[in-house]
Design a protein around this ligand. Structure first.
Ligand SMILES: Cc1cc2nc3c(=O)[nH]c(=O)nc-3n(C[C@H](O)[C@H](O)[C@H](O)COP(=O)(O)O)c2cc1C
Length: 159
């Protein structure tokens, strides 16, 4: 449907780096398909492409970490959006620490939260992960990278 494709191409929304860890492996990728979906109880949905290295690691993970990227840190967006963990170790190329539940937390994030995965729903070429936030860190004010800032990036994997 051309009109639907035009509509979604014209949207702008925050971009996130979603990281996780399982079986001694860390993974993370740039994600635009994500949103809060409930206030009470708080719930957040993250859609991971079935082709991504991050999706495969996330299948065995109990938690995901969701980071906002500060405006101007295109390098971080590019590392997680245009490179794949199938080929490189992204975590040797950025600053991070082991956070709650063993999750890799990016030092340069504008803000982040960690969520426990309550449910996984196959929605097509992506799998939606329903998260309950369990830890978070956010300053009073922050800016963040949006889709229009990075829509020119070539994804490391086709969707
Ligand atoms: C603008 C943009 C938006 C993206 N949105 C998503 C998304 O919502 N979900 C997803 O799984 N991948 C998304 N990607 C693709 C992954 O970030 C990309 O393929 C990444 O290289 C996969 O890394 P991995 O194989 O290490 O997981 C997006 C990429 C770009 C450039």
């Amino acid at each position: 449907m051309d009109a639907f494709e035009r509509l979604v191409a014209g949207l702008d929304y925050p971009m996130y780096v979603v990281t996780t860890s399982a079986g001694g492996q860390s993974a993370g990728c740039l994600v635009g398909f994500a949103s809060q979906v409930s206030i009470d109880p708080p719930r957040f949905l993250v859609a991971l492409s079935k082709r991504n290295h991050t999706f495969r690691v996330a299948q065995d993970a109990r938690h995901l970490a969701v980071h906002l990227i500060p405006q101007g840190d295109r390098e971080l967006a590019e590392l997680f959006g245009s490179q794949t963990g199938d080929e490189i170790d992204k975590f040797s190329r950025c600053s991070w620490r082991a956070g709650p539940h063993g999750l890799p937390i990016l030092s340069d994030a504008a803000a982040w939260f960690a969520g426990v995965v309550l449910d996984r729903v196959d929605v097509g070429d992506h799998v939606a992960h329903v998260l309950e936030p369990v830890d978070a860190d956010a300053p009073d004010d922050f800016d963040f990278v949006s889709f229009t800032d990075v829509s020119d990036l070539d994804p490391g994997h086709d969707a």
